[in-house]
Design a protein around this ligand. Structure first.
Ligand SMILES: [Zn+2]
Length: 262
């Protein structure tokens, strides 16, 4: 699916945020992944939304893929697979490793039969992202990573390596050795969760590791939205102007991230 090099995956929440991210991707001429949390997925008209993303991206001349991020619910995963989503994250990371493998394989067999790719996570990335709350640090072990890759046909592999969702309260202690270990034993693209709040320096270091290909950004985009709303209210004129101010704030945040890809 993805070409060489890395891709940012931005968590969007409605049609306008999706449009801003696609406009950002078009302005830097780079493909992009748009993703929804499970909660947002349920709030959107799935088929209409996927049709919109495809048609708007094609109109802007870039490739955009749609991912369902962190989903533990089979019915919703199957629904997304049948609603034009290009990939889904089967999130069995809170389960013991064997059960995570079984859960992931069940989703994979359904998804692959319909041309949809699957991401899964080993260990659990802590923090808060919409309906996903993980308080304990659960860094993956090398044995679990190897076993997971051996026993599943997963297309994208996420590993908890000290990264976190939401804002980092303290400087993250990232286990680059686990990232490098994973990419040394598989060609399957490595996914960095919790990209928001990682400094540009850290993101750039991760971008340079061959095999690390998907960088998830959620909180940073939501903060851009909030800045946009504040700006729009403080210089209020018409809704159309307010919408543009918010759009531009989300777009420039996305552009700044994508420029790190070089
Ligand atoms: Zn995540």
């Amino acid at each position: 699916m993805l070409g060489s090099g890395g891709y940012f995956a931005f968590n969007i929440w409605d049609f306008e945020s999706a449009r801003a991210v696609i406009d950002a991707a078009a302005s830097v001429q780079h493909g992009v992944i748009l993703q929804t949390s499970t909660g947002i997925y349920k709030a959107l008209p799935a088929r209409v939304f996927s049709a919109f993303v495809k048609s708007y991206a094609s109109d802007r001349g870039i490739q955009a893929w749609l991912n369902l991020d962190h989903c533990k619910e089979k019915e919703i995963l199957f629904h997304a697979i049948n609603s034009g989503w290009d990939m889904v994250m089967a999130d069995g990371s809170s389960l013991p490793i064997r059960q995570n493998i079984d859960f992931t394989n069940e989703i994979i067999s359904y998804a692959h039969a319909r041309g949809v790719l699957v991401e899964a996570e080993v260990g659990q990335v802590k923090g808060i992202e919409d309906d996903v709350v993980v308080r304990q640090d659960a860094i993956a072990s090398r044995e679990e990573i190897a076993e997971f890759l051996n026993k599943t046909d997963v297309d994208f592999i996420a590993v908890a390596f000290g990264n976190a969702h939401g804002e980092y309260k303290v400087e993250p202690n990232l286990r680059y050795d686990l990232v490098e270990y994973t990419t040394s034993i598989t060609d399957r693209p490595f996914v960095v969760h919790g990209g928001s709040g990682l400094s540009d320096e850290i993101l750039t270091r991760l971008i340079r590791i061959p095999g690390v290909k998907k960088f998830n950004i959620s909180t940073d985009l939501k903060m851009a939205y909030k800045r946009g709303i504040e700006k729009a209210c403080s210089s209020w004129s018409q809704p159309v102007n307010a919408s543009k101010i918010i759009h531009d704030e989300i777009m420039s945040e996305s552009v700044a991230k994508m420029k790190l890809l070089g």
